[in-house]
Write a protein that binds this ligand. Structure first.
Ligand code: G4P
Length: 272
C-alpha cells in the first residue's frame, strides 16, 4: 500500500490534472478517499464510468452533487465512448488560468498532461486506450511494476501518462465492501457469496423491488420476506436442493450481468 501510494504520488507530480475513474454504480465506494490527500493541489475530474450499467437518474444526481461541490464530473460508458471526447475540453476549462499564463509567456499550444487513477477494474485502461485511440498493451498495470513512462497524445493538446495510477479499494466499512463485491470490483474471495447476496437482495428489495419481483417471479407477499427467506425461496424455485450458496452466486451474477436492469448502490444523500 505504501509503495502504491508513493508511486501514485510520484506520478501525480508530473501531471497538470488527474482523471479519477470510479464505477458509476458505486461512485463513492469505488473511490479511494486517500487520493484527495495525494493530489498536491492538482485539479481533478471524476469520471463515472460504466454508466451503461448504472441507474441513469442516480448517475445524474451524482454528477450534479459533485459539480455542486466544485468538482468537475462526467458520466461515460468507456466501451462506446463518444462523451469521452469531451474530456480534453473539460480539462482545458479546468486549467484555463494556468494555460492562459503559459500562453502569456509565449507558449503557443501548451499541452495538458493528465493521468487516469482509480482502484482496479473501474475501466482505467479502457478509458486510456479510448482517449489515445490506440490499443496499447498497458504494461506495468500493477502497483510495484515500474517502467519508462511515456506520454501518449490524445485529441487537442491532451497528453496522457501511458500507465494508470492504481489505488487499492478501501472498505473499512462492511457496506462499502458489499457494494464493491456485488459490482465485481473486488475479488470474490474477500466476502462469501452468501453475505454479498443477502446484502444485495436486501438492497434491491428496498430500492429496486419491482425488477427483483419480476425477474424472479416473486409474489407481493414473498417480497415482504427477509432477504434470507427470499434466498431460500429462490433456492427452491431453482431446484437447487439445499445449495443456498449456488443461489447466492446466481443472484450475484445476474446483478453483475445487468439481468436485473441498471442499478446504482448509493445516492449522494447517503453520505450525510
Ligand atoms: P482497469 O484498467 O481499471 O483495471 O479496468 P479495465 O479497463 O481493464 O476494465 C475492467 C473491465 O470493465 C473490462 O472488462 C472492461 O471491458 C470493462 N469496462 C470498462 N469500461 C466499461 C464501461 O463503461 N461499461 C462496461 N459495461 N464495461 C466496461 P473485462 O470483462 O475484465 O474484460 P474484457 O472482456 O472487456 O476484455
Amino acid at each position: 500500500m505504501q509503495k502504491a501510494r508513493r508511486e501514485v504520488a510520484e506520478k501525480i507530480k508530473q501531471v497538470d490534472i488527474v482523471f479519477e475513474v470510479v464505477d458509476a454504480r458505486s461512485p463513492e465506494s469505488s473511490r479511494n478517499p486517500m487520493l484527495l490527500e495525494m493530489l498536491q493541489q492538482k485539479p481533478i475530474i471524476s469520471i463515472l464510468n460504466k454508466a451503461d450499467l448504472a441507474d441513469s437518474a442516480r448517475t445524474k444526481a451524482w454528477v450534479a452533487a459533485y459539480q455542486a461541490e466544485g468538482r468537475e464530473a462526467i458520466a461515460i460508458d468507456a466501451q462506446h465512448a463518444k462523451r469521452l471526447q469531451q474530456l480534453p475540453q473539460m480539462a482545458e476549462k479546468v486549467l484555463a488560468e494556468k494555460l492562459a499564463r503559459k500562453r502569456a509567456r509565449g507558449i503557443r499550444n501548451p499541452h495538458v498532461r493528465a493521468m487516469c487513477i482509480g482502484i482496479p477494474n473501474v475501466g482505467k485502461s479502457t478509458i486510456l486506450n479510448r482517449l489515445v485511440q490506440k490499443n496499447i498493451a498497458i504494461t506495468g498495470n500493477r502497483p510495484g511494476v515500474t517502467k519508462n513512462q511515456q506520454w501518449l497524445k490524445a485529441s487537442g493538446n491532451l497528453e496522457l501518462l501511458d500507465t494508470p495510477g492504481i489505488l487499492w479499494p478501501k472498505f473499512d466499512d462492511q457496506e462499502i465492501g458489499m457494494k464493491l463485491a456485488l459490482t465485481g470490483a473486488i475479488a470474490d474471495k474477500v466476502f462469501t457469496a452468501d453475505e454479498v447476496a443477502l446484502w444485495g437482495v436486501g438492497y434491491f428489495q428496498k430500492n429496486y423491488a419491482e425488477v427483483l419481483r419480476k425477474h424472479y417471479g416473486l409474489t407481493d407477499e414473498q417480497m415482504q420476506s427477509r432477504p434470507a427467506d427470499i434466498v431460500q425461496l429462490l433456492t427452491k424455485k431453482f431446484a437447487y436442493g439445499e445449495e443456498f450458496d449456488r443461489t447466492a452466486v446466481r443472484f450475484i451474477n445476474d446483478v453483475r450481468k445487468g439481468e436485473l436492469g441498471r442499478y446504482t448502490l448509493e445516492v449522494p444523500e447517503d453520505r450525510a
